[in-house]
Design a protein around this ligand. Structure first.
Ligand code: NDP
Ligand SMILES: O=C/C=C/c1ccc(O)c(O)c1
Ligand code: ZN
Ligand code: ZN
Length: 360
């Protein structure tokens, strides 16, 4: 049988891959390219499980190229650098997020907004420049172009820091560019999951007043006492939603499932903004009146640039901000994916790749 695309590179690696829309992962051998002149080879120690991994392995976006090796919250150690790499040395603590490459020459790339490059190569489930399909961080090693490698600040733990490489930058970026980082302003966060809980932490670090809007009443106590949210609104409670009407300058919407936007847009002040981050399988329901009356803005935001990712990591380290994680072994990933689908995680699963992804 001819080798699959992922088997065409010279260097062998171990990985967890999904093979069909059941989304269940099993160990497989994959291959990685040799370390090119501009590449950094990384021993993966930890990798977060993002809901996008779940959408992808279950083929909810109809984009899966099986076998899919997910993972774009990658933390580890540099094992080799190419001859043009001067920024990183063997042994450095580094990370990789959602992007493995871009064209590096288009208007977006030149402007330092690589996350909007039309030729973006995602860290997994994406066609690389050489035509092979990229494999993510549910794997013992990765080889990545130096421009897409992030330095872990001193003191930031690799396990709790890994989720910042997707969840962190995805919430930090719209806060920065939509003025939702101004002390005293009121921001809402829809969905207290991987993205949502770090959104609360960044908003508090910016000095904002934060209201969590959640489908899960049982998350209230932790949201307020542990994460520092100022208010907690249960979205199915009409009384609580009415009381919160018109109170928020902006809302960061991280919901992973489709919803009617009407009750949520009503929470914004006049000219308030809702930024969509969640990527549900099914379309959202929205009435024009929800935006037009009140002059409100509905926007979207996708990941973040490499420059902003490094800035976000340094800001997080300064504020001792990391994700709340449940560290699991490679054998527990299928259970974790099932639990993530049910919202049963506080608040990010992180796979201990270094100690548990081993040949049996
Ligand atoms: N734009 C981008 O660049 C990125 C987008 N994403 C996307 O963001 C979404 C969230 O990712 P992540 O945080 O990892 O996922 P999680 O599963 O960790 O969190 C999602 C949260 O959404 C809330 N939720 C679930 N269903 C509903 C519903 N029907 N109505 C309202 N809220 C709901 C739940 O919070 P609660 O219990 O509080 O209601 C849940 O915890 C995913 O769709 C993911 O693909 C992820 C990364 C980057
Ligand atoms: O978890 C991050 C994923 C972001 C993402 C954004 C857009 C898109 O088409 C994807 O496949 C992934
Ligand atoms: Zn992600
Ligand atoms: Zn580009």
């Amino acid at each position: 049988m001819a080798p699959t695309e992922a088997e065409q590179h010279p260097r062998k690696a171990l990985a967890l891959a999904a093979h069909d829309a059941s989304g269940r992962v099993t160990p497989i051998r994959i291959s990685r390219r040799d370390t090119g002149d501009d590449d950094v080879a990384i021993q993966v120690l930890y990798c977060g499980i993002c809901h996008s991994d779940l959408h992808t392995v279950r083929n909810e976006w109809r984009t899966a190229i099986y076998p899919v090796v997910p993972g774009h919250e990658i933390a580890g150690l540099v094992t080799e650098v190419g001859k043009n790499v001067h920024k990183f040395n063997v042994g450095d603590r580094v990370g990789v997020g959602c992007m493995a490459n871009t064209c590096q020459s288009c208007e977006s790339c030149e402007a330092g907004l690589e996350n909007y490059c039309s030729k973006i190569v995602f860290t997994y489930n994406s066609h690389d420049r050489d035509g092979t399909v990229t494999c993510g961080g549910y794997s013992d090693m990765v080889v990545v172009n130096q421009r897409f490698v992030i330095r872990f600040p001193d003191g930031m733990p690799l396990d709790k820091g890994a989720p910042l490489l997707c969840a962190g930058i995805t919430v930090y970026t719209p806060m920065k560019y939509h003025g939702l980082n101004e002390p005293g302003k009121r921001v809402g966060v829809i969905g207290l999951g991987g993205l949502g809980h770090v959104a609360v932490k960044f908003a508090k670090a910016f000095g904002m007043r934060v209201t969590v809007i959640s489908t899960s009443p049982e998350k209230r106590e932790e949201a307020v006492e542990k994460l520092g949210a100022d208010d907690f609104v249960v979205s199915s409670d009409a009384g609580q939603m009415k009381a919160a009407k018109g109170t928020m300058h902006g809302i960061i919407n991280t919901a992973s499932a489709s919803m009617s936007m009407y009750p949520y847009l009503a929470l914004l002040k006049p000219q308030g903004k809702m930024i969509l981050l969640g990527l549900p399988e099914k379309p959202l329901q929205i009435s024009a009146f929800s935006l037009v009356a009140g002059g409100k803005t509905l926007s979207g935001s996708c990941m973040g640039s490499i420059k902003d990712t490094q800035e976000m990591m340094d800001f997080a380290a300064k504020h001792e901000l990391t994700a709340d994680v449940e560290v699991i072994g490679a054998d527990d990933v299928n259970d974790a994916l099932e639990r993530l689908a049910k919202g049963d995680v506080r608040y990010r699963f992180v796979i201990d790749i270094g100690n548990t992804l081993v040949t049996t």
